[in-house]
Write a protein that binds this ligand. Structure first.
Ligand code: CO8
Length: 258
């Protein structure tokens, strides 16, 4: 599939996916989300890809769902076509790790897309928000759910009800983003994190992703049991033997994803 609204570069085991609708500040429309979900599925099956980085432009990661596209839609249309449902499901189904590198605006669906990723690295220019309330609607792809889990009820209510933006410093303090770096260093920082992940055993990387995500779905007792059983199961891998032997022999581990 040839893409028009995203650019995908695969280099050194990392897929860099750039959102590319600069005229609309990377607003998410049907085409962009369907290209993105297709690209993510492609990354999952491409053995060369060990980590994915999603990035926007300097001014905007994404300024939300495309308002022009949605404006005249009826309830019947958005409900029956399940607007954005299948595409966003496909994005979160990817089992390889996904990092969002956010510079500038990450608003509405843009903030929600960033939160669909496994973690967010932000530039000091980043601004997060759920301003859908200003449009007479509300968040629809995670802004009341993932944001609440990330920053707690008080800030999630504040942002969703007032539509105010949260800057990078507040986002880091609140647990929405894992790191904040100067704008010029954003790409290096995100690629550096992706390279670190790409060096690990893909089996344990995917197991970590699955286990952390389960913590949002399960009661603690069940989550802890799931974690312990997956930990046990990693002893069936060659990479566990290699990783522990390498530590004791004081050398770098050579993981082979087995
Ligand atoms: N949709 C469509 N076009 C957009 C969007 C958007 N979300 N955001 C910006 N644009 C366009 C502008 O219309 C403008 O186009 P043009 O040059 O043709 O007039 C261009 O991008 C540049 O934007 P601005 O001139 O407004 O740039 P500023 O620097 O003045 O302002 C802002 C930047 C503050 C980001 C401003 O553009 C803004 O407020 N944008 C809208 C933010 C917003 O409300 N986002 C939420 C959208 S709704 C949503 O995301 C719902 C998601 C859930 C869907 C669930 C489905 C189930």
């Amino acid at each position: 599939m040839a893409y028009e609204t995203i650019i995908v570069d695969v280099e050194d085991h990392i897929a860099k996916v750039t959102l590319n609708r600069p005229d609309a500040l990377n607003a998410l429309n049907d085409q962009l989300l369907s290209e993105l979900s297709d690209a993510m599925a492609g990354c999952q099956t491409n053995d060369k890809v060990r980590c994915i980085v999603i990035i926007g432009s300097e001014k905007a990661f994404a300024a939300g769902a495309d308002i022009a596209m949605m404006k005249d839609k009826s309830f019947t249309e958005v409900f029956t076509e399940d607007l954005f449902g299948p595409e966003t499901d496909a994005i979160v189904r990817v089992r390889k790790p996904v990092i969002a590198a956010v510079s500038g605006y990450a608003l509405g669906g843009g903030c929600e897309l960033a939160m669909m990723c496994d973690f967010i690295i932000a530039s000091d220019t980043a601004k997060f928000g759920q301003p859908e309330i200003n449009l007479g609607v509300m968040a629809g792809i995670g802004g009341t759910q993932r944001l609440t889990r990330a920053v707690g009820k008080a800030k999630a209510m504040d942002m969703n009800l007032t539509g105010r933006f949260m800057d990078a410093e507040e986002a880091e303090r609140s647990g929405l983003v894992s790191r904040v770096v100067p704008a010029k260093k954003l790409m290096d920082e995100a690629m550096g994190a992706a390279e670190k992940i790409a060096e690990k055993s893909m089996i344990s990387v995917m197991a970590v992703k699955e286990a952390v995500n389960r913590s949002f779905e399960m009661p603690l007792r069940e989550g802890l049991l799931f974690e312990r059983r997956v930990f046990h199961s990693l002893f069936a891998t060659e990479d566990q033997k290699e990783g522990m032997a390498a530590f004791l022999e004081k050398r770098e581990a050579q993981f082979r994803d087995r």
